[in-house]
Design a protein around this ligand. Sequence first.
Ligand SMILES: [Zn+2]
Length: 210
Amino acid sequence: MSFEVTGGVYRSALLSQFPWLHHGFGGRDAADWPPVHHAAVVQVHGSRVVTASEPGSQGDADALVTATPGLYLSVRTADCLPLLMADVRQRRVAAVHAGWRGTVAGIPLAAVQAMGSRPEDVWVAIGPGIGRCCFEVGEEVAREFGRDGRQCIDLFEVNQQKLIDFGVPAGQIAAHAPCTKCTPGAFHSFRRDQAAAGRMHAAIAILQND
Ligand SMILES: [Zn+2]
């Protein structure tokens, strides 16, 4: 599934088909993204999901959900995977930050539950993050994924499979996005740039007045 790029913001064709939704994965040169008034969290690589009803910091968590029209939910990443989700039956949305810990913990599934959604009503786009090409992990992290020894892990594939196993139809998941580390011109990457790495914003909202 493809992205359309406008002003440095990547929008998934899968979610763009819903006229009542607005979403985007900001690249490193994203302008005016996300909108100034948005709800965010202090990301701690955990699996806590918060329900937001107003802009501003919602405390320590790694995912936000809302049913409030006009409220943008935002997560920040630089290699970790940003996931934007929508329950198209109840009109609820979620923004999720999933690094390897969140992936193992299944935070995208926790967000589906926090939306109060039936998995079959949920559509998901995964944005730019570190690809299998660049995500080599040691023995201990590999073990968390049920693998033996040092190897490369595909966080996109693992999150996609967990969502499918949870009941989200495969055709409602856009799980292919560029690798942040391989694409220096477009994206920040913590593994590539370390302390100098900036962060990118992924955001989603239910539009008002639809
Ligand atoms: Zn790569």
